[in-house]
Design a protein around this ligand. Structure first.
Ligand SMILES: [Zn+2]
Ligand SMILES: [Zn+2]
Length: 337
């Protein structure tokens, strides 16, 4: 499903989002895989372009392309989308838009990375899984037949929300991936079983669908635009819980105000919970789901032991977990990305 004209597509989406919305900020999520000779130059041009804009972002560029997320003043979102789309290398870039009331990223980060999705492994992207539009994905979920649905996100993303009938496919490192492939091959017919793969915005599937095909699994399909686009078009159909996002919101409905069946459970008492917190013990910083009762009972900590640790943040109900991590604790490699 490629748009005939990227500019038309993004403008239409933008206008649709703005109608009837009083939100002053817009969250943009996008990626574009393309060979970039000089990603550092793109970083410089981005930084220059952003000088006059009200934007906070996490944007990574590499020789493989761009992967970005940002919150930007709504009246400036189109300015950026048009600017990026007008660059020949990023022609056709597709944006996903969500309204919000304030910045959801702690700062403006634009930098070069070796890989857009950290894996530490070269991947040939020549043969990727076939794209399924959100509607095609829904139909594939509903169809009878030999199929398996794989979630290629992190386990903490999975815990708060995922597709009905999906399985978590652990692939945070290449070692995890290799192990998961061995297990997968025991369960499926590598030639016949339809493998339906999804992630938040689509970029992980570009990579992992190609890797699965290289492993001899033939029928690999990927949800184009990820869960974000699916929620826009197909709402909560077959989706359970919330969508984890790597910004201050942490977990959002996949479709505006429409909430899906809660599947998250409080780390302490196992009752239904959809709010994530970082342990108030800064040297622990564990990300966990917690109900309001246990949050107070444990003073924002993941375990009793953490309450008496040396560096415990003041307990506050309205903290912003990712921002707190930036402010109070050193992030370990690979976290929050
Ligand atoms: Zn609880
Ligand atoms: Zn802890």
């Amino acid at each position: 499903m490629q748009p005939s004209s990227p500019t038309q597509c993004t403008i239409a989406a933008f206008k649709q989002k703005q109608t009837g919305s009083q939100n002053s900020y817009t969250v943009l999520a996008y990626y574009h895989l393309t060979a970039l000779d000089d990603p550092q130059n793109e970083v410089r041009e981005h930084k220059k372009f952003f000088q006059t804009l009200d934007v906070k972002a996490r944007i990574y560029l590499s020789t493989q392309g761009i992967n970005g997320q940002m919150s930007i003043a709504s009246d400036q979102a189109k300015t950026y989308m048009d600017w990026l789309s007008s660059k020949p290398a990023f022609y056709g870039v597709e944006f996903k838009l969500q309204p919000c009331n304030e910045h959801v990223f702690p700062r403006l980060t634009v930098k070069v990375r070796k890989e857009l999705v950290a894996l530490g492994q070269q991947v040939s992207m020549d043969e990727r899984g076939e794209y399924l539009s959100p509607k095609e994905w829904r139909c594939a979920l509903e169809a009878e037949g030999d199929k398996i649905v794989l979630d290629v996100r992190n386990d903490y993303e999975w815990k708060v929300g995922h597709f009905e009938g999906a399985e978590l496919f652990s692939c945070q490192t290449f070692k995890d991936f290799t192990h998961s492939v061995v297990e997968l091959k025991k369960k499926i017919d590598a030639k016949k079983t339809k493998v339906l793969m999804y992630c938040t915005g689509g970029i992980r599937c570009e990579l992992f669908s190609a890797l699965l095909k290289q492993e001899g699994i033939d029928q690999v399909y990927q949800l184009h635009g990820g869960v974000i686009r699916y929620g826009e078009e197909e709402k909560t159909k077959h989706w359970l819980g919330k969508l984890f996002v790597f910004d201050d919101r942490l977990a959002v409905n996949v479709s505006g105000d429409e909430s899906a069946q809660v599947i998250g459970k409080c780390h302490h008492c196992q009752t239904a919970a959809e709010s994530y917190y970082n342990c108030a013990n800064m040297d622990c910083n564990e990300l966990f789901l917690c109900c309001p009762t246990c949050l107070a009972a444990f003073q924002g900590c993941c375990q009793k032991k953490c309450e008496c640790a040396a560096r415990v943040r003041p307990y506050e109900l309205s903290h912003k977990p990712f921002r707190r991590r930036y402010h109070y604790a050193k992030m370990t490699k690979g976290e929050g990305e």
